[in-house]
Design a protein around this ligand. Structure first.
Ligand code: GLV
Ligand code: MN
Ligand code: MN
Length: 467
């Protein structure tokens, strides 16, 4: 460890009112020296150390300002990929990255990268980031604190006088949420080199029949090409990737624990199903003559719940978040139905059993009801991801050094980290959120908790940058 990291660590202690320690009696020296392999020198002067703190007020203002770039009224936030609001929000992020002195680049789908060059820029950088797109009528913290918080972590490091060895990079991922094109973690999946997705996007349209490429061009991306392989990153492009995120569950708040150190991310899958019947007049067609696509969908939705509960594990979940009937008139028997099913588990095999049961059930419902199963498409069936031990250790020692309580936990929600884990060692930092609420307007995280997450992120980035 050199003077820079030493100064940074001391600064953190001073800012949080912890005892001022010297290079000689600091109990964290050994851990950090062991970790980084760098010798500890004398600390920086008090003046530069005192300047360090998370700018909580500024960060809260940014979170609030970003939340106004929404397609639905406050307190809800809706920010859909490549929409006008999304373009404005991207501009907001790029501007902040610029103000933090990061060099900004964007790839063909609009993943945004802000880099702070380290002393040894030829080494694989350490990266951190998350997303700012927001599902319909959601809140203002999901993803956002992992982008704004990452930029603030860079500011914290800069204000401390820290100089990275490995470059540090903030990433804002394109479309973590599947809202517009039905594909979750679109940007990070591509970064991780998904050839299937690069092909699929050539024929992907949204619900308004706008193609992915037209939508991307509206936002200023994918200008002259349909080839998205330029987005792919090599394995080893980063020495580490870390994502800061609200827990989206109640554990940290209930236990009054400051930080969740994520050890694994549950395996998500999503399925699209279409049934077709003959429709007809709601009064005139007698019950024995019907083949109602709406009832087929209703039966399948209940079957999803049954199969999930049959797994016997609290970790298996399933949701029918979209159920559409055509033509959607009270006096018309639905002739078409469309369902989108989300199912997840920390146990991939158990989740796959549920998927197979859903498939068999769709086939038998179609036969029994005389409706056509016109589509049964598994959109994604992803494996879980494990965090990297060295990164979780770095996070845990950062928590200890910052005197913050922490616990290990799994992430039931998916994140861009699930895909970054394919090309880089990965870790995630969770902070508490009110009652675990997420994906609804009531989502809330206290700025003190966010600031704690930023501190842990900053210190972990510092350690990993010097590793
Ligand atoms: C991410 O938004 C998820 O649905 O887990
Ligand atoms: Mn989300
Ligand atoms: Mn998220």
């Amino acid at each position: 460890m050199d003077t820079k990291l030493r100064g940074f660590v001391l600064s953190v202690y001073i800012v949080f009112g912890l005892p001022v320690i010297t290079a000689h009696n600091d109990p964290s020296n050994k851990i950090m020296e062991d970790f980084s392999g760098y010798p500890i020198h004398e600390p920086q002067s008090q003046d530069s150390l005192l300047s360090l703190s998370v700018d909580s007020e500024g960060l809260q203002k940014q979170i609030d300002e970003l939340s106004t770039l929404s397609e639905t009224p406050a307190p809800s936030v809706t920010r859909i990929l490549y929409s006008e609001k999304d373009v404005l929000a991207r501009r907001f992020i790029k501007n902040l990255m610029g103000l933090s002195g990061l060099s900004v680049r964007e790839d063909a789908v609009g993943n945004i990268f802000g880099r702070w060059d380290g002393d040894e820029p030829e080494l694989a950088p350490v990266s951190t980031g998350s997303h700012i797109d927001a599902i319909p009528y959601s809140g203002k913290y999901d993803g956002v604190i992992g982008v704004l918080g990452a930029i603030e972590a860079i500011n914290v490091l800069k204000r401390s006088g820290f100089k990275p060895k490995r470059s540090l990079e903030v990433i804002m991922f394109t479309s973590e949420e599947p809202t517009r094109f039905g594909i979750s973690c679109l940007g990070s999946r591509l970064l991780a080199g998904s050839k299937e997705l690069a092909e699929l996007l050539k024929k992907t349209v949204d619900s308004q029949n706008i193609s992915f490429f037209d939508a991307a061009r509206f936002a200023g991306y994918a200008n002259h090409l349909q080839d998205l392989t330029s987005v792919f990153l090599e394995k080893g492009s980063y020495s580490a990737f870390i994502e800061l995120h609200i827990e989206q569950g109640p554990i940290l708040e209930e236990e009054a624990t400051s930080i969740g150190v994520v050890t694994a991310i549950a395996a998500p899958a999503s399925i699209k199903v279409d049934f077709e019947g003959s429709g007809g007049h709601a009064g005139a067609v007698l019950m024995p003559m019907r083949n109602d696509a709406g009832l087929a969908a209703a039966e399948l939705a209940l079957a999803v719940e049954k199969f999930v509960l049959e797994s016997g594990s609290i970790d298996t979940v399933g949701t029918v978040g979209i159920l559409e009937l055509h033509p959607g008139a009270i006096n018309s028997i639905p002739s078409k139905s469309h369902l989108e099913i989300d199912t997840r588990d920390i146990d991939e095999k158990r989740r796959n059993v549920v998927i197979e049961k859903i498939h068999q059930s769709a086939l038998s419902i179609s036969e029994n009801r005389g409706v056509k199963l016109s589509e049964f498409k598994i959109v994604n069936q992803d494996p879980p991801a494990l965090s990297d031990d060295l990164i979780t250790m770095a996070m845990e020692s950062a928590c200890q050094e910052l005197n913050l309580t922490f616990r290990k936990m799994i992430s039931r929600a998916y994140h861009d980290s699930l895909f970054m884990a394919r090309i880089s060692p990965m870790g995630m930092i969770f902070i508490p959120c009110y009652k675990g609420y997420s994906h609804k307007p009531e989502e809330f995280a206290a700025i003190e908790d966010i600031a704690n997450g930023v501190r842990v992120l900053a210190l972990t980035l510092a350690k990993l940058s010097l590793a």
